[in-house]
Design a protein around this ligand. Structure first.
Ligand code: SF4
Length: 345
């Protein structure tokens, strides 16, 4: 199997060029073809010598995967299905969400997920492997809106900090001058809190952070999110408070509201206490009912009432609009429909 070039930085590409007996500057040329001109094949890299292209093609390929399916929601959201490592058995999804001038891409970082959150369809699917940088970058480069994306969120399938090395590579491609030259402000990474990697993310990038909180009480959070037993939300918030979020960098907390589980005044009070002295936002998310799950969707009124309690306690809170529900592209639903279809085959 050929090694994939997509995801490698100019220095790594230079080393490959030198190993193949090509001039060192070929590394920079390849990076330009990959990230600026978005070449789909080595054959397209016409300012490389013919011999250079031949040598490169013997052991390498670009590694760009094309989507195998696309669905469009009535609200304009589009969900793309991508093969992983060229195989469609464990396909992953990327969701493009248009909003006025903005086009945000929600990307997947793993096929399935190890974390097992009980309310999440991806978690129920189990873990089928990490995506490499080429698989993640394909979600950006091979969709129809590739040249128009304004923002991205690592919020699709999988826990991005459980695949930090590859996600970090992708962030480097997105933000480096030799890559897409995006500001880190255009990128948000969402995590349930893999503590050691979270520290690396905070130290090694300047991207925004979103933390899946869902319940401020450790024992209750552990009922739904097994990760709580390894890395408590208390520890996570303590770590985050050591960083500066008063300037350009932002932190938000995702809080899916389950009727009767996490939306009482007691929960609001504890959330206010937990996040005290932290410049942040709480995003309240409407839960999409899934099969065999004890809690339901909170009515709009209950969502509003919980939001008001948080605001009265000094927190900034928003109710996040749900997008792409009709194509199962909303939070926590990714791969649910696909997995169900797959199991019927
Ligand atoms: Fe994994 Fe996120 Fe789903 Fe939890 S909510 S199982 S971390 S994809």
């Amino acid at each position: 199997m050929k090694e994939r070039l997509l995801g490698k930085n100019p220095e790594e590409l230079k080393q490959i060029a030198l190993q193949l007996g090509l001039p060192a500057f070929t590394g920079k040329q390849i990076a330009q073809w990959l990230y600026v001109k978005r070449a789909k094949s080595i054959e397209e890299m016409t300012n490389l010598s013919k011999l250079g292209r031949e040598r490169l093609s013997q052991s390498y390929e670009v590694g760009l995967s094309s989507p195998i399916d696309v669905q469009t929601s009535k609200d304009g959201t589009r969900k793309y299905l991508f093969p992983v490592n060229g195989e469609s058995a464990n396909a992953v999804e990327a969701v493009m969400i248009p909003d006025g001038e903005r086009k945000t891409l929600c990307v997947s970082s793993q096929a399935g997920c190890k974390m097992g959150c009980k309310f999440c369809m991806t978690g129920r699917q189990g873990f089928h492997g990490n995506l490499d940088a080429a698989d993640i970058l394909s979600q950006f480069f091979a969709i129809e809106e590739a040249g128009q994306l304004t923002n991205t969120v690592f919020m699709g399938m999988g826990e991005p900090l459980d695949n930090w090395e590859q996600v970090k590579r992708v962030i480097e491609v997105l933000t480096a001058d030799w890559g897409l030259a995006w500001s880190p402000k255009r990128i948000t990474l969402s995590t349930i809190g893999v503590l050691p990697k979270l520290k690396q993310f905070l130290d090694e990038s300047r991207c925004h952070l979103a933390v899946s909180l869902h319940n401020p009480f450790p024992e209750e959070r552990a009922e739904m999110m097994p990760v709580q037993k390894a890395w408590s939300i208390t520890e996570i918030v303590r770590l985050i408070k050591q960083y500066d979020f008063s300037g350009q960098r932002r932190v938000s907390f995702e809080y899916t509201v389950f009727e009767g589980w996490n939306n009482s005044p007691r929960h609001a009070a504890e959330l206010i206490r937990l996040l005290k002295h932290l410049e942040c936002r709480v995003n309240l998310i409407r839960f999409h009912k899934i099969p065999d799950f004890p809690y339901g969707t909170a009515p709009e009124k209950a969502m509003e009432a919980f939001k008001t309690l948080l605001e009265e306690g000094g927190l900034t809170a928003t109710i996040r609009a749900s997008r792409g529900e009709d194509i199962f592209a909303a939070c926590g639903l990714l791969a649910g429909k696909h997995a169900a279809e797959h199991s019927q085959k």
